[in-house]
Design a protein around this ligand. Structure first.
Ligand code: PLP
Length: 410
């Protein structure tokens, strides 16, 4: 063994995993490279499923490339920050000014930045379960401790603010809200958000509101920004163009500060320091912001008869037709999170179920266990693909489960 074959790595990484792109993704890629037709329903990338961005958004970037070669200010281009501030003022957050907006290379970068700004070793962050696993991983990487609170499948996947309150300790610093939710598609109603605001207010917690799916709503369900229910509580709202603009590859997102005027001094200074350390966000991508926020083309996809609402309906109907598979109809985002009855089917744990599905049926979905502590038997599938792909994916799942029926064994 050479000296370099055994490089010691950071202990912080030992508990980190990212199920959306973990070993199963590598295996799916290997299978695809060897010519197998894998149906990949693991990533929420609209572009990968043929949902192209609005041409004017791409053009806005292309036309300004020659003006985008230098660094921007660390907080982002003034024109982009003004557009984001306007967007949130129109949503009712009337106090938002451009100086409250920080642009970044996607919500992922800004989440890490925020958590690093907030946390000391072992400080705790309340994180929903299930969650989008970037939040759990980023909390650990920032030296903190994620404490998961339960979203209840029997209550439309809503959390219970009383349950959240019981998990607060003297080390809790922040409370994360993801609505519309990935993976459940739940859109948390104002009364739940009020309860959450109250927990944050009573325990002096910072609210983190990941609202990247705010524009993906079905059945006329309104979206209530977390910050609008807690104007007096420090709140960091996250959004971006990966979903709304359908340009995740450009890497552009933002955070918006509200309720921070009195209590935000050190925190804002920390954000400024960390933002400056990475110099600036990708400048060409920031050119997309004003144009993308000026068009509201997601309602065309999510309204009645829209491509995404039809695909959601189809996925739910097909999954619901499989005996022993239950799914709570998502009201937002573009995922379904069905549960397989483990009494009826011999499927092993979630990792095993997803691995067997990949190997036996060439269907790549995310195991529920990769999305935080949730009851076993869940899988996450994107509902972005066209009808024929969704139909084939559910057919493969159904065929797989048919082979695993416990009654066959008896
Ligand atoms: N937050 C949630 C809830 C997501 O589902 C995703 C991506 O799927 C992200 C954040 C990442 O966003 P970005 O591409 O802006 O880093």
């Amino acid at each position: 063994m050479t000296a370099h074959s055994n490089i010691r790595t950071s202990r912080r990484l030992s508990s980190i995993s990212y199920s959306l792109r973990g070993p199963l993704a590598a295996e799916a890629e290997r299978m695809r490279a060897s010519g197998e037709r894998v149906l990949a329903l693991n990533l929420g990338d609209p572009a990968a499923h043929g949902l192209a961005p609005a041409p004017e958004v791409v053009r806005a970037v292309g036309e300004q490339l020659d003006r985008s070669c230098g660094y921007s200010t660390a907080q982002g281009l003034p024109v982009a920050r003004e557009a984001v501030a306007r967007h949130y003022r129109a949503k009712g957050l009337t106090t938002v000014r451009p100086c409250d907006v920080y642009l970044g290379n996607g919500v992922s970068e800004l989440a890490a930045l925020t958590l690093h700004a907030l946390l000391d070793p072992r400080d705790q962050v309340l994180v929903p379960a299930p969650d989008y696993p970037m939040w759990t991983a980023s909390t650990v990487l920032a030296g903190g401790e994620p404490v998961h609170y339960r979203c209840d499948e029997a209550s439309a996947w809503y959390p219970d603010p009383a349950d959240i309150a019981r998990r607060v300790t003297d080390r809790t610093r922040a409370l994360l809200v993801i609505s519309p939710n990935n993976p459940t598609g739940a859109v948390w109603p104002p009364e739940i958000l009020d309860g959450i605001a109250d927990v944050a207010r009573r325990h002096r917690l910072v609210l983190l509101a990941d609202e990247i799916y705010a524009d993906f709503l079905y059945d006329n369900v309104p979206h209530t920004p977390m910050a609008s229910r807690a104007p007096d509580v420090p709140c960091v709202t996250f959004g971006g163009l990966s979903k709304r603009g359908r340009i995740p590859g450009y890497r552009v997102g933002w955070l918006v500060l509200t309720g921070c005027r009195d209590r935000g001094g050190d925190f804002i200074a920390a954000l400024d320091t960390l933002g400056s350390l990475r110099l600036c966000p990708n400048v060409p991508a920031q050119r997309a912001v004003e144009t993308a926020l000026g068009i509201a083309d997601t309602t065309r996809l999510t309204g009645p008869g829209g491509e995404l609402s039809e695909r959601r309906d189809l996925a739910c109907r097909l999954l619901g037709d499989i005996p022993g598979v239950r799914v709570v109809k998502p009201r937002g985002a573009f995922y379904v999170f069905p549960r397989v009855d483990r009494e009826r089917y011999r499927v092993g744990d979630d990792e095993c179920l997803a691995g067997d599905l990949l190997h036996e049926e060439r269907l790549f979905v995310v195991p529920g266990s990769g999305l935080g502590p949730v009851p076993p038997g869940h899988l996450r599938m994107v509902t972005l693909p066209p009808a024929e792909i969704l139909t084939e994916a559910v057919t493969r799942l159904s065929r797989f489960l048919d082979r695993r029926r416990t009654s066959r064994r008896l």
